[in-house]
Design a binder for this molecule. Structure first.
Ligand code: PLP
Length: 836
């Protein structure tokens, strides 16, 4: 059963001076903030000052909701979801908060009246890019949906000083610049040093007897780091709920280590402070070789320990006994990054609260649930045992004990199957010994899920098969979703207005209502309006592309878009090979009739991932040739938009005609970009992978361009000994030869050799095997785009049938099936109400 949405009641709030929602109040407060908070006057004020002045206008209006929410939860001791994630890719706050408060248009008017450019101010915000891609953005969509559904929740993560690097393209290559998002301050966060906690690291353990003569274990660390919470309010859409995102910053417990200082080692003391602060210094890009990176494991433990200690503090305030921890909190592990939480909660219960092992284990298991995000074996986290022992000696003991008890259970269930025991052990003993974090997460959780139907099935059949056979009822699926507030209402206001003018605006909190657009697909007038909106979004994007790349693109061409992390399994190289094929066709026969297309790429490669960086170089190099070649006559354009992030995503998704979702079947867990495109009326060309399958199911096979091998076909081909060279004939051969010859690299036949040789000799992601099928599907796309009217129909149906992909639906399922967390509507309080 779905949890019903509580009725909107946002306009009935008691208002005081600082929360009034009138244009005059906005303008007055805007200048007050510029004066009193930023200490500036208009002649000296920068755009960023204006942005911040506006941000504080909005924050004041949010605080009333935040305080009312905190007061209600504290008083009621509400059951609370704790979402543990090493990444929250939030994107800019201002626009979203304006939309969710319901004052976007009023504030736009107020600002415009002051002679300022509202859009320019929104663009001033340095977005908190505290995530790599899909996983971090999912966490951001989830906490927004939790607030909109009025579910008490806390997002727990790390306040990285430097988020995901800023990408620049220099001479066609990716270069990385540090992301200084905090350089001008962050108006959305409030530090809470009074709730700081200490996190221990290193040292050794020793047994002792306490005052009641009980056997206990003491952990004597060799380092302490202070974790300071920075809180950001997360507002629900048109509700009074404002939940909290609590991110931890690492600091030294004291500014100076006085023992060291007194010995005269001033610099040593300061260095200790620096090394503590390193813990929250930088977000690691994924796809890097992380094994053995001590700082990464320290980061994970740091935020997990701080968060769990914070949860104990909350229990204490609300006078809830520790034995009821799992009744108060449902904690979700977003991938294995926070999996150490299983051992840390055990430690806190056993060592610090003297709860007996069995009871502590019961509490732990009832508290945690685990979401797996990847099928790539190399991405499953393992930590070398010596490193683990050095950093977390007490946790290793606890993990050994959990493992011993767990393997006893396996031994009894699967009598005599020692191989299974070795496979399932929390410790990999096949060579050098490792702690397997996914196994720890599985053993310590009462629910385990994948993020799309296919992915959840593959977990059961393959990656976590042994665990599925042991505990089948713990496994489930929660297909990802994205928030329609940011990804439609905020990023596509034209579409939002068009849709709402026909079906009202309830779809914003109940996306299934978009189905009511279906009959309008048959209405010629509506189709024209729909195309007009799309064209306007394409014009907006063309302006962005021109500004950022210097390339002029034609809004009447088909915008064919692939934006996501650059990775071989996502197969941007399949896409660019097809671009080269089209170019080759054009050059071979200049009169060939081709549908004019603009190929738009965007995405970051992990700094150490050489082949991914070479793929970017190939894309930009092909673009350099194709965009300049007069023989092409502007029928093909290739744009690599630098620095794909949330802000840029908000401008790209609405402008796309075609969404490229071309991963090798069985490799993409879900994808969420695919959902954002479809919602905004793009058609998908895609494989049977991740959530593509469900998108196709929803929108209808006739409104989706399918190609490529299925997961079982991929498996069979690999099992039979895949030889990519067998596929190297016809057009593909000519394309490969053209690249190999140095045509796109000024005659340098070596530049792309690692990429091309890799494909010809290995091709682990079956690019060659799928090329022909992809190329044919692309021909269908081109033909379909010629009939613009029919394209409009398909586009409308994509959007109309995207209701399933709202993160509200996903969160309802988590709440109903795993978290058992009911909604708690919030009554707004005024300052008077909370006076003591
Ligand atoms: N990065 C950003 C900024 C996004 O908005 C998204 C979209 O969900 C992603 C990465 C993930 O994209 P995909 O699901 O296509 O891999």
């Amino acid at each position: 059963m779905a949890t019903p949405l509580v009725a909107v009641e946002h306009r009935t709030e008691p208002q005081d001076e600082r929360t009034a929602l009138t244009k005059e109040a906005f303008q007055r407060d805007f200048f007050n903030n510029l004066f009193y908070i930023l200490g500036k006057f208009p002649t000296l004020a920068t755009k960023n000052d204006y942005y911040q002045a506006l941000a504080f206008v909005v924050r004041d209006r949010m605080l009333q909701r935040w305080i009312s929410t905190a007061a209600a939860y504290t008083k009621q001791g509400s059951r609370t979801v704790a979402y543990f994630s090493a990444e929250f890719l939030m994107g800019p706050h201002l626009g979203n908060n304006l939309v969710n408060l319901g004052i976007h248009d009023e504030v736009r008017k107020a600002v415009t009246e002051l002679g300022l450019d509202f859009n320019e101010l929104l663009l001033e915000e340095d977005e908190p890019g505290l995530g790599n891609g899909g996983l971090g953005r999912l966490a951001a969509c989830f906490i927004e949906s939790l607030a909109t559904l009025q579910i008490p929740s806390l997002g727990y993560g790390i306040r990285y000083e430097f988020g995901i690097f800023h990408q620049e393209i220099v001479d066609g290559w990716q270069t990385e610049r540090t992301d200084k998002w905090l350089r001008f301050g962050n108006p959305w966060e409030i530090p809470r040093p009074e709730w700081a906690v200490h996190v221990k690291l290193g040292g050794y353990t020793e047994p002792y007897r306490d005052e009641f003569y009980r056997h206990r274990v003491r952990w004597v660390p060799d380092r302490l780091v202070a974790a300071v919470p920075y809180d950001t309010p997360i507002l629900g859409y048109h509700t009074n709920t404002a939940n909290t995102l609590r991110l931890w910053k690492a600091e030294a417990p004291e500014s100076f280590d006085f023992a060291v200082f007194n010995r005269g080692d001033y610099y040593g003391a300061v260095m200790q402070k620096v090394s503590s602060e390193n813990l929250s210094k930088v977000l690691y890009p994924n796809d890097e070789q992380l094994q053995g990176k001590e700082l990464r494991l320290s980061q994970q433990y740091f935020f997990v320990s701080a968060s769990l200690q914070d949860m104990f503090r909350i229990l204490k305030i609300q006078k809830i006994p520790v034995e009821r921890f799992h009744e108060k909190f449902a904690a979700q592990l977003n991938d294995t990054h926070p999996a150490i939480a299983v051992a840390e909660l055990m430690r806190l219960l056993i060592d610090e609260n003297v709860v007996p092992w069995e009871q502590a284990w019961d509490i732990t298991r009832r508290t945690f649930a685990y979401t797996n995000h990847t099928l790539l074996p190399e991405a499953l986290e393992c930590w070398p045992l010596p490193l683990f022992a050095k950093l977390l000696p007490r946790h290793l003991e606890i993990i050994f004990e959990i493992n011993a008890r767990f393997l006893d259970e396996v031994r009894i269930r699967f009598y005599g199957d020692e191989e299974r025991i070795a496979r399932m052990s929390l410790i990999d003993e096949r060579g050098e010994r490792y702690v397997r974090m996914a196994h720890l997460a599985c053993v310590g959780s009462h629910a385990i899920n994948g993020v799309a139907e296919l992915h959840s099935e593959l977990l059961k059949q393959d990656v976590l098969r042994d665990f599925y056979e042991l505990w089948p009822t713990r496994f489930g699926n929660k297909t990802n979703g994205v928030t329609p507030r940011r990804w439609m209402a905020l990023s596509n206001p034209r579409l939002t207005k068009l849709v709402s003018s026909h079906i009202g605006d309830e779809w914003i909190t109940d996306l299934s209502q978009l189905r009511r657009l279906e009959p309008l697909a048959e209405d010629a007038g509506f189709r024209q309006q729909w195309l007009d909106v799309k064209r306007a979004c394409k014009c907006d994007f063309a302006a962005v592309a021109l500004k950022k790349t210097g390339i002029t693109i034609d809004p009447d061409s088909l915008f064919d878009v692939q934006v996501k992390r650059i990775h071989e399994y996502k197969r941007q190289h399949l896409n660019i090979l097809h671009v080269v094929a089209l170019y080759h066709r054009l050059r071979s026969n200049p009169n060939v009739d081709i549908t004019p297309r603009t190929f738009i790429f965007g995405g970051k490669a992990a700094p150490g991932y050489h082949i991914a960086k070479l793929i970017i170089k190939l894309i930009t190099s092909v673009g350099d040739v194709v965009n300049r070649d007069p023989a092409v006559r502007d029928r093909l354009k290739v744009v690599f938009l630098p620095n794909f992030n949330v802000k840029n995503g908000q401008r790209i998704y609405p402008a796309a005609d075609l969404s490229e979702q071309v991963s090798t079947a069985g490799k993409e867990a879900s994808g969420t970009g695919n959902m954002k495109f479809s919602m905004n009326g793009a058609l998908t060309i895609g494989t049977m992978d991740g959530a593509n399958i469900e998108i196709r199911e929803e929108v209808g096979a006739e409104n989706f361009f399918l190609f490529g091998l299925t997961t079982p076909e991929v498996g069979a081909l690999k099992a039979s000994g895949y030889n990519p060279a067998n596929y190297l004939d016809g057009e593909l051969k000519e394309v490969v030869e053209l690249i190999r010859s140095g045509f796109f690299s000024r005659g340098d036949a070596e530049l792309f050799r690692p990429l091309i040789d890799g494909l010809v000799h290995h091709d682990p992601y079956l690019v060659f095997a799928d090329f022909d099928s992809y190329s044919k599907a692309q021909q269908q796309v081109s033909a379909a785009y010629q009939d613009r009217d029919h394209w409009a129909r398909m586009s409308i149906l994509n959007s109309a049938r995207s209701g399933k992909f709202s993160s509200d639906r996903t969160i309802r399922e988590y709440c109903d099936d795993i978290w058992k967390a009911p909604a708690v509507p919030i009554r707004l309080l005024t300052q008077e109400d909370v006076k003591v």
